[in-house]
Design a protein around this ligand. Structure first.
Ligand code: UDP
Ligand code: MG
Length: 331
């Protein structure tokens, strides 16, 4: 019987305090799923060390020697959560049929992993883990997060609300993901662009059981800004709009200045200054916005994003259809 090989990818940056517990709990989950014939015996956990400066890699290496389910990948330096995760996903895609990504601090409920796998059996390619509530987050993190999702959606970026990087992806979805060659990586924005059948699984997010967040405010803001500027030219459009508005306003102010001039309420030179400041200001903004539009196009071109992903091909006869539902091979 053909069971799918599952790899759980865990990016780790200075996680020596949580590693052992995380490894223990995830191994337990893998063993249970194997026993229940939901996944293959070759399933494993891949810990990606993102250039940690503590003993994280030593711990990972030691664990791989005594735990057959644990594998390790060491990056040469710290490249950040998103890139570390991608490195793990790319490595896992060579052997696994489906991959689950989860943070090393186990804030995401590992019991959801089972449901993820069940959804995979039902034929879903992408399963998003979505938090029920955010009461373990600080008030600040919660409100800024909500504002962020709103802003992103306004700008036409399709994000799954309250979904971080806890998700399952099938091999074929992963292969499509790996075709996105952009350097400014914002996985949460890219995954919904791939397509394929997808679903959500709700879970409760817990607090970090040890160690501290590797996402201080500065990194969080940089991450949010990256998300916006990697997916949207809305800020550029805003400049263009501002230019138009200024020019409109310059007409109004021009009228006002001329009336004042006509009524002799002005000192000499004021009218011409008023007229030119507003008009030139508006024209400049418009010009910047226009240049921005072209830069926006270049920005989209240089990303070389794939333009489509084929789900079923009934034309090419020898096309291998890798359906995510292994159920067919079962009986
Ligand atoms: N992480 C990483 N590289 C970094 C920062 C974080 O691989 O440069 C990992 C970290 O080890 C954890 C995950 O990304 O597994 C999420 O980080 P964290 O839990 O600190 O973020 P938070 O949950 O506070 O948003
Ligand atoms: Mg965390």
């Amino acid at each position: 019987m053909n069971y799918p090989v599952l790899t759980i990818v865990v990016p780790c940056y200075n996680e020596e305090e949580v590693f052992q517990e995380t490894s223990k709990q995830l191994t337990q989950v893998i063993k249970e799923l194997i026993d229940e014939h939901l996944i293959s015996k070759e399933s494993n956990i891949l810990f990606v060390d993102d250039g940690s400066r503590d003993r994280t890699w030593d711990l990972i290496e030691a664990e791989t020697n005594q735990n057959i389910y644990v594998k390790g990948l060491k990056l040469a330096r710290n490249v950040g959560h998103q890139n570390a995760l991608l490195a793990g996903l790319a490595t896992a895609s060579k052997q696994a049929d489906c991959v689950i990504s989860i943070d090393a601090d186990l804030q995401d409920d590992i019991r959801a992993i089972r449901t993820f796998v069940e959804k995979y059996w039902e034929g879903y390619d992408i399963v998003y883990g979505v938090r029920n509530k955010r009461d373990t987050d600080t008030f600040f993190k919660r409100t800024t997060a909500v504002a962020f999702y709103r802003l992103m959606n306004k700008m036409g970026i399709n994000l799954i609300f309250n979904h971080a990087d806890f998700r399952l992806m099938s091999k074929r979805a992963l292969e499509e993901l790996l075709k996105y060659k952009e350097v400014n990586l914002f996985l949460r924005g890219i995954v919904p662009l791939i397509g394929f059948p997808s679903t959500k699984v709700m879970y409760d997010r817990k607090e970090r059981f040890a160690g501290e967040s590797k996402y201080p405010l500065k990194k969080m803001l940089a991450f949010a800004f990256d998300g916006i500027t990697s997916f949207s030219v809305a800020p550029i459009r805003f400049v263009t709009l501002l230019g138009f508005l200024s020019i409109l306003l310059s007409i109004l102010i021009g009228g006002y200045a001329l009336i004042q001039e006509w009524r002799h309420h002005t000192v000499s030179g004021w009218t011409s200054l008023m007229l030119s400041i507003w008009l030139i200001g508006g024209l400049q903004l418009l010009g910047i916005g226009l240049i921005g539009e072209y830069i926006g196009k270049i920005f989209k071109e240089v990303k070389k994003r794939p333009r489509y992903a084929i789900e079923t091909d009934l034309y090419t006869k020898e096309a291998k259809q890798s359906s995510p539902a292994p159920k067919t091979s079962e009986n």
